[in-house]
Design a protein around this ligand. Structure first.
Ligand code: GLU
Length: 418
């Protein structure tokens, strides 16, 4: 297990956990039980490529704890994936689900591949074979996957089909984030981004900042694009966006509708006719009211944290702020942080709704979905702020300790077998 510590993202998740566990005063026996992932599964996934060669991809799934229900979390396709990165993301899913009160343990899956360089047929073969390799370890009451970086509704549809073909009947509750036509939930596609927009607007309200605040969104995938769109609808001005090809900044505001259409047709922000072009690192430190990192882990380093020019940091990505950067933010004290486990929880909350709807074969309207989502997000947001105020701690420590404590309590009351 200690081999996981070779991965910097896993080390970061452990540093965060240890800090929260110290604050909670957890003794060594329960601390170790809550910290280490329960199951680490790695599989070899052979795929016949379009050129006739067979390539073996590395696939992983980490199920962090099994104490509160099935495990839940996304599946990512990315070249950097390894078991340590997946374990860190699974751990964060545990605290996120517990914080929002969902009956799940955390999980995450990943395949080391570059989906942008693979054909749809190769991606389908990769997804189906990974699903087959995972069949002994997944199920609607065991472990439920969803989209993450590099995967989407189509990926989930292939997984659903593969699992169902094997079972001999349709099992929609095996994955969430499916197309609505085959048992997906209304609103799931937009849920993470709209949740980010919702909690960000709550922060603006509390800080008495105007609705037309200036927003920078780094990452324009499923999460970043819907967050930008949602905030623009609330009246905010999107002054900067970035994706893997670089970034755009315009202090007068970018046309979000046009950005959205451009991204949907070209799958990149490249050649968008508005704004000054710059690198993503430059974008992060431009002047704005709200900075939303919505791409990947560890983009805000200590060096960048010292240069940030925002009032609110809304963490739409998982783990965007390094442990060292967090220390800088605490010292600065002038940035209102909405930590990832709270900020991007809208995705897994609506995944939970999708799972419940599939199990009951009873489907909700979009209005019902968002009404329930905003109620949970609003309650969780208030809880985190109250905890931070009462205990005089930062928002991340408050969110993590609230989530971790729920897992600790559940483990204690269930007891240790045998
Ligand atoms: N991948 C998303 C996350 O990191 C969603 C997980 C899910 O819906 O299960 O929160």
């Amino acid at each position: 297990m200690k081999v996981l510590l070779q991965n910097p993202t896993f080390r970061m998740a452990c540093q965060q956990f240890d800090g929260a566990a110290d604050f909670l005063g957890l003794d060594a026996s329960i601390r170790e039980r809550v910290k280490w992932p329960k199951r680490l599964i790695s599989v070899a996934v052979p795929v016949k490529l379009d050129n006739g060669d067979v390539k073996v991809f590395e696939g992983h799934r980490v199920q962090h704890h099994l104490t509160l229900g099935p495990t839940k979390g996304g599946l990512r396709f990315s070249p950097s994936v390894d078991i340590g990165e997946v374990a860190a993301l699974a751990m964060w899913m545990s605290w996120k689900c517990a914080l929002a009160g969902l009956p799940y343990g955390g999980a995450k899956g990943g395949i080391a591949c570059d989906p942008l360089r693979m054909s749809p047929r190769e991606l389908e073969a990769l997804t189906r074979r990974y699903t087959v390799e995972m069949i002994p370890f997944i199920g609607p009451h065991i472990d439920v996957m969803a989209p993450d970086m590099g995967t989407n509704e189509q990926t989930m549809a292939w997984m659903y089909d593969t699992y169902s073909t094997h079972a001999g009947h349709a099992v929609p509750s095996i994955v969430t984030g499916k197309p609505v036509s085959i048992g997906g939930s209304m609103g799931r596609r937009e849920a993470t981004g709209r949740g980010v927009a919702f909690v960000t607007s709550r922060a603006l309200e509390i800080l008495k900042m105007p609705a037309d605040s200036r927003i920078i969104v780094q990452g324009f995938g499923n999460v970043g694009s819907y967050a930008a769109y949602g905030l623009a609808k609330y009246g905010a001005k999107i002054v900067g966006v970035g994706d893997r090809t670089g970034a755009l900044y315009d202090p007068n505001g970018l046309d979000v509708e046009k950005l959205f259409v451009h991204f949907q047709t070209h799958a990149t922000l490249e050649n968008f006719p508005q704004g000054e072009r710059m690198t993503n690192e430059e974008l992060l430190v431009q002047s704005c009211d709200v900075l939303i990192p919505a791409a990947t882990e560890r983009v805000i380093t200590a060096e960048i944290a010292a240069k940030l020019q925002c009032r609110v940091l809304a963490e739409a990505a998982n783990g965007p702020t390094t442990f060292e950067a967090d220390a800088v933010l605490k010292q600065r004290g002038d940035i209102f942080v909405i930590p990832d486990v709270l900020c991007n929880a809208g995705g897994v909350i609506v995944s939970y709704f999708e799972w419940v709807q599939d199990l009951q074969n009873f489907f909700w309207t979009e209005v019902e979905v968002f009404d329930k989502l905003y109620r949970i997000l609003s309650q969780t947001f208030d809880q985190v702020l109250k905890e931070a105020r009462q205990k005089n701690i930062d928002h991340r420590t408050a969110a993590l300790t609230l989530g971790i404590q729920k897992v600790v309590d559940a483990k204690k009351i269930r007891g240790l077998f045998p």
